[in-house]
Design a protein around this ligand. Sequence first.
Ligand code: C5P
Length: 234
Amino acid sequence: MSLDARERLIVALDVPSVAKAEALVARLGESVWFYKIGYQLAFAGGLPFAAGLIAAGKQVFLDLKLHDIGNTVTKGVESVAELGATFLTVHAYPQTMKAAVEGKRGSTLRILAVTVLTSYDDADLAAAGYDMGVAELAAARAMQARDIGVDGLVCSAEEAGNLRSIVGPGMALVTPGIRPAGSASGDQKRIMTPARAVEAGADYLVVGRPVVEAADPRAAADAIVAEIEQATGK
Ligand code: C5P
């Protein structure tokens, strides 16, 4: 994937209100081109706000992790495509992924699959009725995602190398849990620096608190982009 360093940084707008998101986006200015909107902001006016961001030339990742009957997913994804979002997450169930791929047809929206939530371990999967561990289930779902025509996967940077070898070069790998050297890890258990994550095969890096909570968010974003640039040479 041939991407400039700045195209690879996705800032997670994990804030409670559109007013806070607007203030942050204004502060970040031209330093950030791509924003992720999750449940918190989406359910607090974040969807009209996303449309405004897109109209202003930014790219938007809607992290809505959809999962429902096929027809409902397809129709929902059609609406997200209409909004002009760039990325949308769905849970990596075959029916759901097929429905999402159908819904985005003819648009520029790209579907990302979440293989297994990172908060799940083998015991959580067993409690949910699965007879497979996390590694096995994540690998099986990654292959299904590729075969169904899903555009990319959300994964930890630690998994990126292994997943890349499973799915080949065609899928985008989008990784949260990124921490520049010296920043607080927060509740993230498996973290990697921006440089190491792209070296491990990540195409896009999702960064929340290290930018959002920085004293100077713009400088924090620029430092991450510079680190990616150094690692990739572009
Ligand atoms: O603040 P931080 O950089 O940890 O934010 C990471 C973002 O990526 C959050 O929006 C979080 O919900 C999201 N995410 C994650 N781990 C996953 C999937 C999404 O941290 N497995």
